[in-house]
Ligand binder design. Structure first.
Ligand code: UD1
Length: 386
């Protein structure tokens, strides 16, 4: 027993897409500790920045995905980018100094990701501590849209630049990091933790009553999600996208779980919406998974949904000009449509009339990414200690 070695990992969550990424990592840590395979115990501390705070954008996911209640909630809330990022940094600094984790683990590309990474990269633990600062680990590293207008692209580039260990989901991520000068030994291609969560909950989702509740039938509706500022904060772009959705809804009812940002804009600008577009509140994970898996087609500007539809074998029309997840196009069901109504309608039409499900899946999207991450961390972080 004397040889037991403890590693403290602090994980950051803040916004909705972070929760499905942390859930499998939390489970894999519990499994690792229970396995007794090594003489290492991982203590897991979860910090919620409070970037998303509505029950439907946050709490619901902790309950559904069995994520432990966060040890700390910074309750930062909404604001401009600078306000939100700086407020997270200000509130996070005393927390990291209190817990002094060996590892800071961040996921994805939201403001909480870069804010906490930046704090950790410059923190100085007291001199009597074994390490000067935590090892910084970025999960879902290396993705690039090459579109600097996207706040997430800035967050990705900066987070990767100051992380010590980079876990990637697809080959393009490895290439982007190598091109940016990251040493090969710091990059680990482990697969996709978001897909771990999808595969773990697929059977449970099959039992969701969401289709009956909405009185819709499999394959007889489209699902839409939209929330990117470039799409919904620009009147002409948002109006154009909504006009194409009105047209699609003439043939196929559209179910639109609406993000708070999008709801605000729709009300403010009073954009015309067909009665065949059904707006519903943001859904929980299980209901949304069921809704997407039975859809005829999905139209979205989300990153994660491009990946989920690829694994579910559902055609996805991405309402953007680029994707940071190119494997969903080459090996998956994703089609980039841009935001012009004619282009959107043309691709939707093509997919509805003539579409073949690809017969392969991206490499390592097999439900085991979180296990690989935890195993790699246990050996890498211990290696750095000796
Ligand atoms: C953030 C992420 C984005 C991610 C998205 C998922 C950044 C830069 N963006 O965008 O990458 O895809 O989360 O949703 O980090 N609001 C509520 N309740 C909430 C949260 C937000 O009403 O619980 C409203 C607020 O008015 C807020 C607006 O939504 O101003 C936008 O929230 P914010 O966290 O700033 O960015 P998202 O658009 O959600």
């Amino acid at each position: 027993m004397n040889n037991i070695c403890r590693i403290k990992i602090m994980s950051i969550v803040g916004a909705r897409p972070n929760f499905m990424k942390i859930a499998p990592i939390s489970n894999a840590i519990i499994k690792f500790n229970e396995s007794n395979a090594t003489e290492t115990i991982i203590d897991h501390v979860i910090v919620h920045t409070g970037q998303h705070y509505d029950a439907k954008m946050s709490t619901m996911f902790f309950v559904e995905l069995g994520i432990p209640i966060p040890d700390v909630n910074l309750e930062v809330g909404s604001g401009t980018h600078a306000m939100q990022t700086s407020e997270i940094m200000r509130r996070f600094e005393p927390v990291i100094l209190e817990y002094m984790p060996d590892v800071l683990l961040v996921v994805g590309d939201v403001n909480s990701t870069i804010a906490c990474t930046l704090v950790a990269a410059k923190i100085e633990y007291p001199k009597d501590q074994e390490r000067k600062r935590p090892v910084i680990v970025h999960v879902e590293a290396g993705l690039r849209s090459f579109d600097m207008e996207m706040p997430e692209e800035i967050n990705r580039i900066l987070t990767d630049a100051i992380s010590d260990i980079l876990f990637t989901t697809e080959a393009a991520g490895n290439e982007n990091l190598l091109r940016a000068g990251v040493a090969k030994e710091h990059i680990h291609f482990v697969g996709n933790v978001m897909i771990d969560t999808l595969l773990a909950h697929r059977e449970r989702a099959a039992l969701s009553p969401i289709l009956a509740n909405l009185q819709i039938k499999p394959q007889q509706y489209a699902v839409v999600t939209l929330h990117r500022p470039s799409n919904v904060d620009d009147y002409a772009t948002f109006g154009g996208i909504m006009s194409s959705l009105n047209e699609i809804a003439l043939d196929l009812p559209v179910i639109f779980p609406i993000h708070p940002r999008t709801k605000k804009r729709l009300a403010e600008w009073q954009i015309f919406c067909s009665d065949a577009i059904r707006f519903v509140e943001p859904l929980g994970y299980i209901d949304f998974l069921k809704l997407v898996s039975e859809a005829r087609i999905v139209l979205t500007d989300s990153g994660g949904i491009q990946e989920e539809t690829t694994v579910l074998g559902v055609p996805c029309i991405t309402l953007r000009n680029n994707t940071e997840r190119p494997v969903t196009v080459t090996d998956g069901t994703n089609h980039l449509a841009g935001v012009e109504p004619e282009a959107i309608l043309k691709i939707v039409n093509q997919v509805l009339t003539n579409w073949q499900k690809p017969d392969k899946l991206p490499a390592l999207w097999d439900g085991k990414a979180a296990e690989r991450i935890v195993a790699a961390l246990a050996s890498d972080v211990l290696g750095r200690r000796s």
